[in-house]
Ligand binder design. Structure first.
Ligand code: URA
Length: 434
């Protein structure tokens, strides 16, 4: 194909044909088109956008770049969730085992960190030996045996997304509505989910900065899901502050494990309950959201959700003793408290900046070849509206390098703004798009 012509067409704001989009995905997956040309096209898409037709074509082409699973021989109805990306977002780690423990099979294809937002696979690799790569027979066997799989984009499932995702992460082309919609929905379609709950994050730490943009992304994804015959709901939820208290891979895993033990932060648990309730409702497992929330609480209380998580870790080669004793997860060499220098109220958190501070500490990637430092990150239990007095400890920095720690400290303080007067807390849920 004439890739230069494709780049120029999009650069000049014109529409790409269905065939051009398909050829681009086929040849990029086959490594005929090099990264530098793909990066140029991604930037042109980022700047010029895509029509709805182009976005659907891109989604279907990425979904068709590998196998498209039909899981009905092992599970009558498979349900899945996906987040559009946020800081401290470890919802998958809690919600997937929780829903599986309620008897609804969950086969999920997850991603790695993207820009300032963390990724489920990077978090899960905090467990020694845990692997997300598997072939189709193994995916199905695990789904049939334990009802829970967390796979990555492999040569088998939406491989084009794996390649594009890694390229977007390091070329400033993440926050694009068509690219996010195609990335998320291609994985969901290829992964064979019958029912999909999309957690669309909105705010300073999300790729969608406001409600309007979040609604547009939600509408496109819900339409793509419907066209493909999948029940799809998008929940627009807040990302103007980190989700939960932990930011950084192993720290987030520890918080997820605490939540599975019923000891997680209240607002994070409320979010997990909501997402799980929608998944159970779409799966026909309960007949109301309230019943879904109650069922979710029950499998936390009786330990079945934690046990399901443990089974998945073991099935994918991970170290179960780290589930049983989270202190065995990676720990940073330096832990420094954040002590408030003044009294006041938390006015706002620049959540994207907090996410980038984590990336600079080593929790994410600046170039494709960067390795993740699983131990580093922050514990930040403050929320917008909280009142603090001078000398309060409002969190901690976990680092393996003294210089990076000093940089992270400066970035973190710069990302918090204060008020002398009381500030209203933020909602965690905005609306559902069905
Ligand atoms: N999650 C994805 O899988 N892809 C994106 O582009 C953003 C979030």
């Amino acid at each position: 194909m004439d890739m230069v012509n494709v780049i120029e067409t999009k650069r000049d704001g014109e529409e790409l044909s269905t065939q051009q989009i398909r050829d681009f995905i086929t040849e990029y997956t086959a490594e005929i088109i090099p990264d530098y040309q793909a990066a140029a096209l991604l930037m042109a898409i980022y700047l010029r956008g895509m029509t709805r037709r182009e976005t659907v074509d891109l989604t279907l082409a990425i979904a068709a770049s590998g196998n498209q699973l039909d899981l009905h021989d092992v599970a009558p109805l498979v349900v899945d969730k996906h987040s559009s990306g946020g800081v401290g977002d470890k919802t998958t780690l809690v919600v997937q085992p929780l829903v599986a423990a309620c008897g609804v099979p969950v086969g999920k294809m997850s991603g790695r960190g993207l820009g300032s937002s963390g990724g489920t696979l990077d978090k899960m690799e905090s467990f020694r030996g845990w692997s997300s790569s598997m072939d189709l027979p193994r995916f199905k066997r695990q789904l049939a045996e334990i009802g829970l799989v967390l796979a990555g984009q492999t040569a088998v499932l939406a491989p084009a997304d794996g390649k594009l995702y890694a390229l977007r992460d390091v070329t400033g082309t993440v926050a694009s509505t068509p690219l996010i919609a195609a990335s998320i929905m291609s994985k969901k379609l290829a992964g064979g989910a019958d029912a999909i709950v999309l957690d669309v994050k909105m705010g300073s730490g999300a790729f969608m900065p406001n409600l309007e943009a979040a609604k547009e992304l939600s509408r496109i994804m819900v339409d793509i899901g419907k066209d493909a015959g999948r029940q799809t709901v998008a929940l627009i939820t807040d990302m103007n502050q980190p989700l939960g208290h932990a930011i950084g891979n192993a720290l987030e895993v520890k918080e997820a494990l605490a939540t599975l033990r019923g000891e997680g932060p209240a607002e994070f648990w409320a979010h997990c309950q909501d997402v799980a309730a929608y998944m159970l409702l779409l799966a026909g497992n309960v007949d109301s959201l309230e019943a879904g929330r109650e069922k979710a609480t029950a499998v936390i209380k009786n330990g079945r959700a934690l046990e399901k998580f443990r089974q998945m870790v073991v099935a994918q080669g991970g170290n179960a003793s780290q589930v049983d004793d989270p202190t065995l997860l990676p720990q940073a060499a330096f832990v420094e408290d954040l002590v408030v220098p003044r009294a006041g109220f938390v006015k706002a958190l620049d959540t994207g900046r907090i996410g980038w501070a984590g990336v600079h500490l080593g929790a994410g990637r600046l170039v494709k070849s960067d390795t993740i430092d699983h131990a580093v990150g922050f514990i930040l239990p403050i929320m917008v509206g909280d009142k603090v007095t001078e000398g309060d400890v409002i969190g901690s920095i976990h680092a393996n390098d003294a210089e990076k720690l000093a940089e992270a400290r400066a970035e973190l303080w710069a990302s918090i703004s204060w008020s002398e007067t009381a500030v209203d807390p933020l909602p965690h849920f905005y609306t559902a798009v069905t």
